[in-house]
Design a protein around this ligand. Structure first.
Ligand code: GDP
Ligand code: MG
Length: 331
């Protein structure tokens, strides 16, 4: 029986070390398949929508920041942009915000509609965030989508710390009429009031599903982990004999900007001769690894990638326990 590695605190890379995979998305599929044995687990996509400035990002931070076992990931899959992953023993919530929404007015509608379209296709639960005092239903088509949604809609009236009871009861009445299919919550994302109630309701509503992502408990691990695996895959494909097994990848830098992710990874080898083989004639072999890995990673993260690779001789990495632990080969 394969170990349910996603559940263990010491995330165990070894369990699929010898498998090769065609693409990164196959890898995430593997995680899903490996987890099917677990029945009661819940997981799903939760999309936060709403006008600019109503507090979507604040809410996101409140969810992600307040939970016990948390990772945040900015990974992008073809399905979704995931900005926050909140993990528990038996749940995984994949939260996504709507960055495209904060755009000039003429673009707003368009990107909002695009997002709403995908949100309705992909989401398991919709969080529609409004702020206290907000009344206008600016976009009718958008509203029709929400009121006719086939998935649970939680309408969150945010910033209640700014108002009084009278304002709040007016708002409750207004939104009950406008969006009768929604469950309504009054919250203050900023002061963390009502947020855990919303979160608990999300957990209740989540469909039964294995986790979509490994439950790595180290905050910055997932992105780097995928980077390492993408590079290692190319090395397995292009080098012979002992080379792939003498190699370890360490992504030293993973820096995400708005438009580009800058990555620096080191390929560790055990001997000077291996270094030469990895690099190849005038660097051609290493270049091929870099170009191919970069292409895969651009697909995976949905962003332009700047990938810097270099090779280092590190005699000890396979025998030194501390090093091994660092690379995740501990049991
Ligand atoms: P977004 O554009 O929807 O992502 O909104 P942000 O999360 O960036 O928040 C916009 C502004 O509203 C920021 O100045 C937040 O501090 C503020 N804000 C968010 N939530 C609350 C809240 O519950 N109460 C109050 N008073 N301000 C809030
Ligand atoms: Mg925001």
């Amino acid at each position: 029986m394969e170990k349910a590695f996603y559940k263990s605190k010491d995330f165990n890379i070894e369990s699929f070390k010898i498998e090769t995979f065609q693409t990164i998305s196959d890898l995430s599929l593997k995680f899903a398949i490996n987890s099917i044995a677990m029945t009661k687990h819940k997981a799903g996509f939760v999309n936060i929508i709403g006008n600019p400035n109503v507090g979507k990002s604040t809410l996101m931070n409140a969810f992600v920041g307040e939970r016990l076992s948390i990772i945040t990931s900015k990974a992008q899959t073809t399905r979704h942009r995931i900005l926050g992953i909140v993990n528990g023993d038996d749940f995984q919530v994949l939260l996504s915000d709507t960055p495209g929404i904060i755009k000039p007015a003429y673009q707003l509608q368009e990107s909002m509609m695009d997002f709403v379209k995908s949100a309705f296709e992909d989401a398991d639960i919709l969080l529609y965030l409004v702020e206290l005092g907000e009344k206008e239903l600016k976009d009718e088509a958008f509203f029709n989508k929400i009121t006719n949604a086939k998935i649970p809609v939680l309408l969150l009236i945010n910033k209640i710390d700014k108002g009084n009871e009278e304002l709040l009861s007016e708002a409750l009445k207004l939104w009950q009429e406008k969006v009768p299919n929604a469950e309504i919550f009054a919250i203050s994302a900023l002061q963390n009031f009502g947020v855990s109630e919303v979160f608990n309701r999300i957990i209740e509503l989540l469909p039964e599903s294995p986790p979509f992502y490994p439950k790595d408990q180290l905050t910055d691990k997932p992105e780097r982990f995928f980077v390492n695996e993408a590079i290692r895959e190319k090395i397995l494909m292009h080098y012979k004999k002992e080379i792939p097994y003498s190699v370890e990848i360490d992504t030293e830098e993973f820096f995400e900007d708005e438009n580009i992710i800058r990555i620096r990874s080191v390929i560790m080898v055990e001997r000077e001769t291996q270094k030469g083989i990895i690099i190849g004639h005038k660097g051609s072999a290493l270049k091929r690894v870099g170009v191919e890995a970069r292409k895969d990673l651009e697909k995976f993260f949905g962003k332009q990638i700047h990938l810097e690779l270099y090779v280092k001789v590190n005699k000890d990495w396979r025998s030194n326990e501390r090093q091994l632990r660092r690379f995740g080969y501990n049991n």
